[in-house]
Write a protein that binds this ligand. Structure first.
Ligand code: ARG
Length: 572
């Protein structure tokens, strides 16, 4: 698609002295208020070089730019040059791109030939997959989709927490109080109950902790009995996680979790030793990070067992060798900021040369508006229950509102799950937020159902006149843009034009909420257009032009929803 900012920067470059082409491009802005033009160029920075007052410079530039065919008019207002594009030029660019690119509209190929690891979700096995995990899962999936849309070759990794001393405790607890049938029926709930009981009992009986340590040591050595139990816990837990992933429509390329690296530890220890980074401390081995104002990183415990951080270092080295990544992304809660800072520093100290290709993408906490979200047993809210409740509540609304659908169950699933995902991706990821039932299922607010509904509405208009739609989609050149030059149509067109930039910025900032907010704006502009304008008029030329715009809006909403990991229903 024609890049107008780029075009304008070029036109300015031949008229402006004292600023580099790059500087000019960075200075061109999009005014908040569209009455100030589609683009504006502030002249303050030129005053010094030209020894002239900025408003006078603006006047000169405006006069000369006004003759260019790109613009309807160019005005000088104080120190600003305000540029109004010829509507038909912008509309033609937007519609032909949306029609030609379809499901790829908004994407790019800047990532071609580059691999990006997106590590997300990474729950701990045998622990509940609770509402807190939704953040990494949903944000990570959206980041993955955005990178793939930008042309990167992404690898979705679920770094399962399937290793560590807690499995010793779980094994001991299961042997004492466990029941096979119960585990098979409700794996995570029962394993969690045994685990909780272990902690209660361990307060009375100190021997239990020792027993657990021994069980884990046996597991690490690969003793058959412990190994089999662990494998079974893992399989059963995964079955439960997979149910949630299926509901969310999420899959992974790799489930190499912490246990996968258990045999790759010695190499890490050797590398650390070779660089003289490993220090003895009380029988344990650490990397001293005091020179970087950080507490030491514990690499092995007294008994020689390795830790979470050791496995993270091994995993990064493995990924670099296995995939040759361009970037290695970690979507993990901000509580782990220090952990990532520590081990990124260790990778740097190892001198491997790719430490800054590793990026921690943190996010804030989620809590529920009824106050439940405590990790203490019993008060945990399972994500599966949240999704099911969202689907159930949506089904009630779908029936009550008599929503136009031939499959109420499927619509309730798409909209209910979508609502949860959308709320998750509505705010800057780093912000803490409160999960609110009232807010997410509102069909009128800035919500998932609202955007999906707008998409379905656009689809429904397009279905009403196949002939005109097909004619419109056979090419933008033959369309008469004067029918879509009114304010509501043009505002919508401009927002569609900016969609590819929103995707790009979301990728650069690892911030899916930029896409979320943008498609809310597109949905609102579409609904205003739909409300203000009669679309299926008797005049065929008019109908065609309007349907082409409806198509571009639908495509933008659909592509945006899919990037976020949501369904884009045709009927609602
Ligand atoms: N399993 C960890 C947890 O639930 C998150 C793992 C994050 N990823 C990583 N590479 N450290 O807290």
């Amino acid at each position: 698609m024609l890049n107008f900012k780029e075009e304008i920067a070029k036109l300015l470059d031949v008229r402006v002295t004292g600023m580099s082409a790059d500087e000019i491009r960075e200075t061109v802005e999009i005014p908040q208020d569209s009455r100030m033009g589609d683009y504006a160029f502030p002249c303050f920075k030129l005053a010094k070089a030209l020894r002239k007052a900025p408003p006078l410079i603006a006047l000169d530039i405006a006069k000369s730019l006004g003759a260019e065919g790109l613009f309807e008019r160019v005005e000088a207002v104080n120190a600003y040059v305000n540029m109004f594009l010829k509507k038909s030029v912008l509309t033609a660019a937007v519609l032909s791109a949306a029609i030609a690119e379809g499901e790829r509209f908004g994407g790019a190929d800047i990532g071609a030939g580059r691999k990006v690891i997106v590590e997300f979700s990474s729950p701990n096995i045998a622990k509940p997959f609770h509402i807190g995990h939704i953040r990494s899962t949903v944000i990570g999936n959206a980041v993955n989709n955005i990178y793939a849309f930008l042309g990167y070759d992404t690898v979705r990794v679920n770094h399962l927490g399937d290793y560590g001393t807690q499995f010793g405790k779980m094994i001991v607890a299961y042997r004492r109080w466990g029941d096979r049938a119960e585990v098979e029926l409700r794996p995570i709930r029962s394993l969690l109950a045994y685990y909780t009981k272990f902690h209660e009992e361990a307060e009375k009986d100190a021997g239990l902790e020792d027993e657990a340590r021994r069980a884990f040591a046996r597991l690490e050595r690969g003793e058959k009995e412990e190994r089999e139990l662990w494998q079974w816990f893992r399989d059963e837990s995964l079955k439960e996680f997979n149910r949630v992933y299926a509901m969310l429509g999420i899959s992974f390329d790799s489930l190499a979790g912490e246990s996968f690296y258990s045999d790759k530890m010695d190499r890490v220890l050797d590398m650390l030793k070779e660089k003289g980074l490993l220090k003895e401390s009380d029988g344990a081995r650490i990397v001293d990070l005091s020179a970087f104002d950080m507490p030491p990183a514990l690499i092995t415990k007294k008994d020689g067992s390795t830790l979470y951080i050791t496995r993270d270092i091994a995993a990064a080295i493995y990924r670099k060798e296995q995939y040759g990544f361009h970037k290695n992304l970690y979507i993990v809660a901000s509580q782990q900021n220090l952990h990532f800072k520590q081990w990124f520093k260790i990778i740097e100290l190892l001198g491997l040369g790719w430490a800054d290709e590793c990026v921690h993408i943190p996010f804030g906490l989620v809590s529920l508006d009824d106050g439940t979200m405590s990790t203490r047993a019993g008060r945990v809210v399972f994500l599966e229950d949240v999704l099911n409740r969202a689907i159930e509540k949506t089904r009630e609304i779908v029936i009550e509102k008599n929503v136009n659908t031939d499959n109420a169950d499927e619509t309730a699933r798409q909209v209910g799950v979508g609502a949860v995902i959308f709320q998750e991706l509505s705010n800057n990821r780093i912000k803490d937020y409160v999960f609110s039932w009232d807010k997410i299922l509102n069909f009128e607010g800035e919500t998932g159902p609202y955007v999906q509904y707008s998409h379905a509405r656009a689809s429904s208009v397009l279905r009403k006149d196949d002939t005109a739609r097909n004619a419109a989609l056979s090419g933008a050149d033959a369309l008469d843009f004067s029918y879509i030059a009114c304010e509501s149509a043009y505002e919508l067109t401009k927002l569609i034009y900016r969609f590819p930039d929103a995707v790009l910025e979301a990728g650069e900032k690892y911030e899916p909420s930029i896409v979320t907010r943008h498609i809310v704006d597109v949905a609102q502009a579409f609904n205003k257009f739909y409300h203000d304008e009669h679309i299926l008029t008797d005049d065929e030329t008019e109908r065609k032009a309007k349907l082409a715009l409806v198509f571009a809006a639908k495509q933008t909403l659909g592509n945006g929803l899919r990037l976020l990991g949501m369904a884009a229903p045709e009927r609602m």
